[in-house]
Design a protein around this ligand. Structure first.
Ligand SMILES: Cc1cc2nc3c(=O)[nH]c(=O)nc-3n(C[C@H](O)[C@H](O)[C@H](O)COP(=O)(O)OP(=O)(O)OC[C@H]3O[C@@H](n4cnc5c(N)ncnc54)[C@H](O)[C@@H]3O)c2cc1C
Length: 660
């Protein structure tokens, strides 16, 4: 180990349990004698008292052990079903995928047919929740919590009716939560902490942190003279940055109506708009490049100028664009756009573990004794008992570490009475039977799982190429460096992680957010592995390869180096101050949303039935399709709405008398 690595603390004893969960499950399964395989539930690793995935650190998200079977199935175009063990289990419904959509499908099904129905949820990860995951850190007797994926309930007032009902039924009380967190929401501003930009030496010649920068909701107010006086950019770029926020800007498309301008803005990227219409200095692009990544998974090079206008990015003041009607723009439930959000969407609700609070409350609704407690507040501290998720005599079962490799009708799909679902767990292939099956997994996996599907539907399912993204959680001993530097959020567009932030201040029940900089906290870093200049889907595919081929060691070195460079002047010591690191890697992250640079306008601006997501989500015999991809929308409420529709289709297919 060289001196630089030692200074960064690469030799420090933090837990690096890259290979813990999934792989140990595989080994446990594969050493069981074959005749005992069917009984492996009894010996499952989930039954161990210390089985608790939220507290695992190292490489999480799509963790080792969660994806290998699926990739093998993809590479060999299916799975050999000949040696599968029939577990003898029969269910009213088998749900593939234990994310919010899969859990919601189980909820809607039970709500409609009654609690006696038999439901099995299968998921390939060691934890439920899909993208909605929880990271826990235990340090000096204190529990620190952060979301490992899904961050917020966005625009709750725009949530669709089934999603609102679900939130209510599982016990979520947003008014109570908001009032409990009123103080937290002002915490960082009350300490004078502001957003900042970090100009990295590889791009700008030397490292420089500059604050205060405009915050997320203040983009239209632009960069202050104080900020620009310290920014290491050209005089021309400074002038242009000021000009973009000037209310007196010219109309860059004179003589066109608002609708005609919007049509053109939909067909050019924001980069094109800035360079070729607003004619700004090239350095200006750096400031905006990553802004759409949090929504679309790509930067301003691959995002239409119109979407950037909707998000509140500057340059459009002189163009007199008329407001976009509610609901237009890619049929995105929840209203993800800046302008729509500010107009009564209800803001963003952030639980300490993000929307995993919804997942945990849903699991409590499905299996009350597995998640101790009774209220929204007490779910914050609840330690889920994973041993209770999958027990022989219970009607609802959630089976983790189980990758579905096939689902086929037992006979002609038009007449069959059941679906045979095959999954791999611990190296062994098993089969269960369901009277219906909801695919609440990922669209692009479904053609492999259901080879019987019509070719046009398979093609439409494969259209959804998900955007890769990484949320990294770093537990640190204190946040004095942030306090000293006067910052709470740092954007670093050309670094490995493009942002680093103090975790959003929020508490739930016994989870108390740290109130002083001397207390430990979790930092939140984001990486979207983009290749600017390439077409959007090419960027997603390259990013996925990047994420799956990067070791935890590389992540750790980059994290330590980046934190040292940004926070070092505030006294941060990466070797001494970092307690633990959890890299939540999501190679298949956000659902693909239609993008007018690459897709027909009709798909983006209407709810046309020609959209691939509509063709893809058609029911097929007893198999229906839920999950957020079915709405082409990377949002929690979309995942819930699609579950509601998919369950409705199951119930419509035939009136279902329950199994005894
Ligand atoms: C980093 C990140 C941040 C996000 N932030 C927000 C946010 O702030 N607000 C918001 O509304 N939305 C957000 N989203 C989007 C939101 O998380 C999703 O839209 C929603 O949770 C999707 O739910 P889902 O159940 O459809 O899919 P998923 O959560 O992906 O769940 C599907 C599950 O099926 C499993 N699966 C796939 N194939 C198989 C198989 N063959 N066998 C068994 N299981 C399988 C998957 O591994 C996964 O666990 C975010 C997404 C990401 C990645």
């Amino acid at each position: 180990m060289d001196e630089k690595d030692r200074n960064l603390g690469m030799n420090r004893p933090i837990t690096r349990r890259d290979f813990l969960s999934g792989v140990s499950v595989t080994i446990a399964g594969s050493i069981l004698p074959r005749h005992l395989m069917a009984l492996d539930q009894e010996f499952a690793s989930e039954k161990s008292p210390d089985y608790y995935p939220p507290a695992l650190t190292g490489m999480r998200g799509d963790h080792p052990g969660s994806f290998e079977v699926a990739h093998q199935m993809r590479d060999q175009h299916g799975w050999d079903l000949s040696g599968a063990i029939n577990t003898g289990e029969n269910y009213d419904l088998v749900v593939v995928g234990g994310g919010i959509s899969g859990l919601a499908a189980a909820y809607f099904f039970l709500l409609n047919v009654g609690r006696k129905a038999r439901v099995l949820v299968l998921d390939n990860h060691d934890d439920f929740g899909g993208h909605a995951k929880r990271n826990e850190f235990h340090y000096n007797g204190r529990l620190l919590v952060l979301n490992g994926g899904t961050l917020n309930i966005e625009s709750p007032l725009r949530y669709n009716a089934p999603a609102r009902q679900l939130l209510h039924d599982v016990g979520i009380d947003l008014d109570h939560y908001l009032s409990e967190n009123a103080g937290n929401r002002k915490l960082y501003s009350s300490l004078g902490l502001k957003p900042a930009y970090f100009f990295d030496k590889q791009t700008w010649g030397s490292d420089r942190l500059v604050a205060p920068a405009p915050g997320y909701g203040e983009r239209e107010e632009g960069f202050s003279l104080e900020f620009l006086s310290q920014a290491p950019v050209s005089v021309a770029a400074k002038k242009d940055l000021r000009r973009l926020n000037d209310a007196q800007q010219p109309d860059y498309m004179p003589g066109l109506s608002s609708a005609e301008k919007k049509d053109r803005l939909a067909k050019i990227s924001y980069n094109d708009f800035l360079l070729n219409l607003a004619k700004v200095d090239k350095q200006v692009l750096w400031f905006f490049q990553i802004m759409p990544t949090g929504v679309f998974g790509v930067g301003t090079d691959a995002t239409p100028a119109l979407f950037c206008w909707e998000m509140g990015l500057p340059g459009f003041a002189g163009m007199k664009l008329e407001p976009t009607p509610e609901g237009v723009l890619a049929d995105l439930p929840g209203g993800q756009h800046g302008r729509q959000k500010s107009a009564g969407g209800g803001g963003e609700i952030h639980f300490p573990d993000g929307n995993d609070t919804i997942a945990r409350l849903l699991v409590r609704w499905l299996l009350p004794d597995s998640v101790p407690g009774k209220t929204m507040d007490d779910v914050g501290m609840a330690r889920v008992n994973y041993a209770l998720l999958d027990r022989p005599r219970q009607t609802v079962r959630i089976r983790l570490n189980s990758t579905v490799v096939n689902a086929r009708h037992d006979g002609d799909p038009a007449k069959a009475e059941s679906v045979i679902v095959t999954y791999v767990r611990g190296g062994q292939t098993y089969q269960v039977r369901g009277r219906a099956c909801v695919m609440a997994c990922w669209n692009m996996a479904i053609p492999y799982l259901v080879p019987e599907l019509p070719a046009t539907q398979k093609e439409a399912l494969a259209f959804n190429v998900k955007a890769p993204i990484v949320y990294t959680s770093i537990a640190v001993r204190n946040w004095r460096a942030f306090h000293k530097l006067g910052i709470s959020y740092v954007e670093a567009p050309t670094m490995y992680h493009t942002s680093v932030a103090l975790s959003e201040a929020s508490g739930l029940g016994g989870i108390q957010h740290p109130q002083t900089p001397d207390e430990p906290i979790v930092l939140h870093m984001v990486r979207t592995p983009n290749s600017p200049g390439q077409a959007r889907k090419v960027q997603h595919r390259l990013g996925r390869i990047d994420l799956l081929s990067t070791t935890f060691d590389t992540f750790e070195r980059n994290i330590r180096d980046q934190l040292a460079r940004i926070l070092g002047p505030g006294g941060f010591d990466p070797a001494g101050d970092i307690v633990a690191i959890t890299v939540n890697r999501w190679p298949h992250g956000y659902s693909y949303t239609y993008n007018s640079l690459y897709d027909p306008m009709e798909w983006v601006f209407t709810t046309s039935h020609s959209r691939p997501c509509v063709i893809a989500r058609q029911p097929f015999g007893l198999i229906t399709i839920a999950n957020a991809d079915a709405a082409a929308s990377p949002h929690t409420d979309a995942a819930i709405l699609e579950a509601h529709r998919a369950v409705g289709e199951v119930l419509n297919r035939r009136a279902m008398p329950l199994l005894a």
